[in-house]
Ligand binder design. Structure first.
Ligand code: SAH
Length: 198
C-alpha cells in the first residue's frame, strides 16, 4: 500500500466524528477513548500502524472483526475494494454505519453477530483485521484467509496481547510473526474470552 497516502489520510480524517459530544474535545489525544457499552475507540497511532501492517491493496476484500466506532473501518474502506465488518453490539454497528455513510463510503458491508467465526458466505478475504483481543488464535478466521492473504490479530489475556501478523502464501502455507504488545478490549464469542456471555 501507499504509506504516504495512508499518512495523509490519517492526518485528514477527523477522529471526533466517531466520538460522542462529551469526548470530542479529547479526540486528538493518542489514547483509546470510551464509545459506550464498555467499548473503546482505538488509539490513533495503533490504527495507523495496524493498517500499515495489514497493508490492504486497492483490489483487496477485507474482513474486520469489531466495527466499534467505525474509525478503523474508514481506513480500510479508503484503501481497499470492499470491507465486510462485524460488530456484536447492534447499536455500535448502527452508529458506525450512519457515520461512514455520511463520509460517503458505499463499499462497507455491516453485520451484527459474533465475528470470531468470521463471515463464511463472503470468504475468502485478502485481509483480515481483528480489533478485539482474542483469547486464542481464531482458527475459523485463518481458514477464511485467502492465499497471499494477511491477517492482523491481537491474541492473549486481557492485560496485554501479542499483535500477530498471520500470512498465507500462494500454496496456503501459514506463517506467523509476533509484532508487539498491545491492549484491546476483549473479544467475546467462540474464540473470545467469555464464551458463556452468548
Ligand atoms: N476498531 C474499533 C475498536 C472497537 S473496540 C474502533 O476503533 O472503534 C472492539 C470492538 O469489538 C467493540 O465494539 C466490541 O463490541 C467488538 N467485539 C468484541 N467481540 C466481538 C465479536 N466476537 N464479534 C464482533 N465484534 C466484537
Amino acid at each position: 500500500m501507499n504509506e504516504q497516502a495512508l499518512k495523509k489520510f490519517f492526518e485528514k480524517l477527523e477522529r471526533k466524528i466517531f466520538l460522542s459530544n462529551s469526548y470530542k474535545e479529547y479526540a486528538h489525544i493518542d489514547s483509546p477513548l470510551p464509545i459506550g457499552y464498555e467499548q473503546t475507540i482505538s488509539q490513533p497511532s495503533l490504527v495507523l500502524e495496524m493498517t500499515r501492517i495489514l497493508s490492504p491493496e486497492k483490489e483487496s476484500k477485507v474482513l474486520e472483526i469489531g466495527t466499534g466506532s467505525g474509525y478503523q473501518t474508514a481506513f480500510l474502506a479508503e484503501f481497499s475494494a470492499k470491507v465486510h465488518t462485524i460488530e456484536v453490539i447492534e447499536e455500535l454497528s448502527k452508529q458506525a454505519k450512519e457515520k461512514l455513510s455520511k463520509l460517503g463510503y458505499s463499499n462497507i458491508f455491516y453485520k451484527v453477530s459474533d465475528g470470531s467465526s468470521g463471515w463464511e458466505e463472503e470468504a475468502p478475504f485478502d485481509r483480515i483485521i481483528v480489533t478485539a483481543a482474542a483469547g486464542e488464535k481464531p482458527k475459523e478466521l485463518i481458514k477464511q484467509l485467502n492465499v497471499n492473504g494477511r491477517m492482523v490479530v491481537p491474541v492473549g489475556p486481557q492485560i496485554a496481547q501479542d499483535l500477530l501478523l498471520i500470512t498465507k502464501d500462494e500454496k496456503g502455507k501459514i506463517k506467523e510473526e509476533k509484532l508487539m504488545k498491545v491492549r484491546f478490549v476483549e473479544m467475546v464469542g467462540t474464540y473470545g474470552w467469555e464464551t458463556n456471555r452468548f
